[in-house]
Design a binder for this molecule. Structure first.
Ligand code: PHE
Length: 357
């Protein structure tokens, strides 16, 4: 093989083998650059005789053109392969499920309600429901609030313009007790129920919002005592706060619908600015309770000579604060997703007594 043929075969092989633009450019410099092999040969043309030049000139020019063209072609192939590789790497399979990013959270109030339903559920309480817009009878009269009694205003009631069949203005329920009335009216004892839901009073500061949540419980049977009430509430406090050793005390109080009535305090520690349940020697009022007033039983069609029972009620939002530590109640209902992201619960973590709350 002539020298030129060897040079061409060598360069062509290198061009074919080049895997990227940088190595291809190195071949171009080796062949066609100022100091390149072909450029060097071209320079020798000037030193040749006219006959030699006539023979050599076309051969060298042909070689230069073929190598130049092979390099351009290879360069285009490399660019195309690079694009193909990039497209393959960036390919998206639209049929795959979206990545598992947690975007939603359970509101602490919903989570706590779930906890409460589980705790009382395991103690045999059924869950009852009632409307937010109540009649005066269910919210007040049947619960032994005398007509025109200032207690109706003490509850900072929202009255509606709409009236009921007795001609009395409807109200946004000021407590969940009307659900107790509804349950006693529709069901014969024994009754063992809780109800939870929205309640409304004209009040707004860091610890009060015009809409808040209550949970109430009611037990009616032929023999039901204050001791049963205490036992149930202590079991509840232990389960909810997940502490075995909890101090409670009952202080005499007044509610129209219970007699005797009491408020229950739990032992807590307030040092350091926050309230910690279960330690310390301070007290925190946590709920209202008592034995159902005979007038309430009568209003609900039950004979107080046969039946007796106890009832209790407390604020769900406050229970949530005490356990999970959200400082300002107004934030609960501000619908701020940053707050919810911070304080919300994973939808996959359903509370249960067996697995822990
Ligand atoms: N309904 C009462 C309130 O909102 C709470 C309560 C319920 C008290 C049952 C005693 C018994 O103030």
């Amino acid at each position: 093989m002539s020298d030129l043929a060897t040079l061409e075969a060598d360069l062509s092989a290198r061009i074919v083998a080049a895997t990227d633009e940088a190595s291809l450019d190195a071949i171009r410099v080796d062949a066609l650059g100022k100091q390149g092999a072909i450029s060097g040969l071209m320079k020798t043309l000037g030193t040749m005789s006219p006959e030699e030049r006539q023979a050599m000139g076309p051969k060298l020019n042909g070689l230069k053109d073929r190598i130049g063209e092979a390099i351009v072609t290879k360069k285009a192939q490399l660019a195309e392969a690079a694009l193909e590789a990039k497209l393959a790497a960036e390919k998206v399979d639209a049929s795959l499920p979206p990545p598992a990013v947690r975007t939603g959270a359970i509101h602490p109030v919903s989570h706590v309600m779930e906890e409460l339903a589980r705790i009382f559920g395991e103690m045999g309480f059924a869950l009852e429901e009632g409307p937010d817009i109540e009649t005066d009878f269910h919210n007040f009269t049947a619960l032994n609030f005398p007509p025109k009694h200032p207690a109706r205003d003490m509850h900072d009631t929202f009255f509606l313009n709409a009236t009921d069949e007795m001609g009395q203005r409807k109200v946004l329920r000021t407590h969940t007790s009307p659900v107790q009335v509804r349950t006693m009216l529709k069901q014969k004892p024994p009754i063992r129920m809780i109800c939870m839901g929205r309640t409304y009073r004209k009040d707004s500061d860091a610890t009060h919002t015009p809409m808040f949540h209550q949970i109430e419980g009611l037990v009616i049977d032929e023999v039901t005592t204050m001791a049963d009430l205490k036992g149930t509430l202590m079991a509840f406090i232990k389960a909810y706060f997940e502490i075995d050793d909890v101090r409670v005390r009952f202080r005499p109080h007044h509610f129209p619908f219970t007699e005797p009535s009491a408020e229950m305090d739990v032992g807590c520690d307030r040092s350091g600015g926050s309230v910690r349940i279960g330690t310390g020697d301070d007290w925190l009022e946590i709920l209202g309770c008592g034995m159902v007033h005979p007038n309430v039983l009568r209003a609900c069609g039950l004979d107080p000579e046969v039946y007796q029972g106890y009832a209790f009620g407390m604020g769900v939002d406050r229970l949530a604060t005490l356990k999970y530590g959200m400082p300002d109640l107004r934030d609960y209902f501000a619908a701020d997703v940053r707050w919810l992201k911070h304080y919300g619960f994973s939808p996959y973590l359903l509370p249960g007594l067996a697995g822990g709350l």
